[in-house]
Design a protein around this ligand. Structure first.
Ligand SMILES: [Mg+2]
Length: 279
């Protein structure tokens, strides 16, 4: 029997919090599908566990079996409504940082003018997050300063830059390079013993791109921006992963946005799962 490990991004992929319209009943259909016993649902999100659970409640999303949270730095297993961290994942990503204390990174980086530490709940031992004053630092200036400050620690880091447009503040995450969405999905697939053809990932934006263009079977929901659609298409052509990329489309009965796009993608890869879609 074919099983499905359905991994999906949250904001603007399964959560309809973008400007496009969600199809009527899409989330209910999606939820029912996810509760089928052959489907294992995984949320893959930048959110931390509490913010993830908040969104599940607010948007009446199905409760996932696994969660890859905090930009890929944590993986949790859900059992009896309790979340349990998968410690083997922390061990895996800790190889990059050989057990370095986060406070060492805090001190070195906060010495740079214009950078301050984010709130405690947004941090963990493998995700060190800062606010950047955009009046004082731009992306390249910030990266150059941070790299210089961290050089005495001799650790590999992945710097992730974004901007909170509502407050016009820069956001910087410092992570071990192994802690990313793609590697976390591949780790979970192996950990749970799924075949490549039993895994589907869905996403909508730039931080999903690495997975969307990878050999993981992926769906780009129709509400993604035209720029991202173009970029993803050109990258999969370059990488030869076109067979593992599906762009959800707007059809007469299905607008392909958010969760309806996810299910469209699942049907593309695994047509036999159509029997589980009600409504
Ligand atoms: Mg998203």
């Amino acid at each position: 029997m074919i099983r499905l490990l359905l991994c999906t991004d949250m904001d603007r992929t399964v959560i309809p919090n973008g400007i496009q319209k969600e199809a009527i009943g899409a989330r209910e259909t999606f939820s029912q599908f996810c509760y089928e016993h052959t489907v294992t649902l995984v949320y893959v999100t930048g959110r931390h566990l509490a913010l993830m659970s908040q969104a599940v409640k607010k948007y009446k999303l199905p409760i996932a079996d696994y969660a890859i949270t905090d930009v890929g730095t944590r993986i949790y297993h859900q059992k009896d409504n309790q979340w349990h961290p998968i410690c083997a994942w922390e061990k895996e990503i800790n190889q990059d940082w050989h057990g370095i204390e986060p406070t060492k990174i805090h001190h070195l980086v906060c010495a740079i003018p214009g950078i301050s530490l984010q709130e405690f709940e947004k941090q963990n031992s493998h995700k060190i997050s800062f606010y950047i004053d955009l009046q004082q630092l731009d992306e390249s200036g910030c990266f150059a300063h941070v790299k210089k400050q961290l050089s005495p620690l001799n650790i590999n880091t992945n710097l992730i830059w974004s901007i909170d447009e509502t407050s016009n503040t820069g956001l910087l995450d410092i992570l071990p390079p192994k802690a990313n969405k793609l590697h976390a999905i591949e780790f979970l697939q192996k950990h749970l013993g799924y075949e490549a053809q039993e895994v589907v990932f869905a996403g909508d934006s730039g931080n999903d791109l690495e997975v969307l263009i990878s050999p993981v079977q992926s769906v780009l929901v129709a509400n993604a921006t035209p720029e991202l659609k173009k970029q993803a298409l050109s990258l999969v052509k370059q990488k030869g992963t076109e067979q593992q990329f599906y762009q959800a489309v707007n059809t007469k009965n299905n607008n392909g946005n958010y969760s309806s796009g996810i299910l469209q993608g699942v049907m593309h890869y695994l047509p036999t799962f159509k029997q589980y879609i009600k409504g």
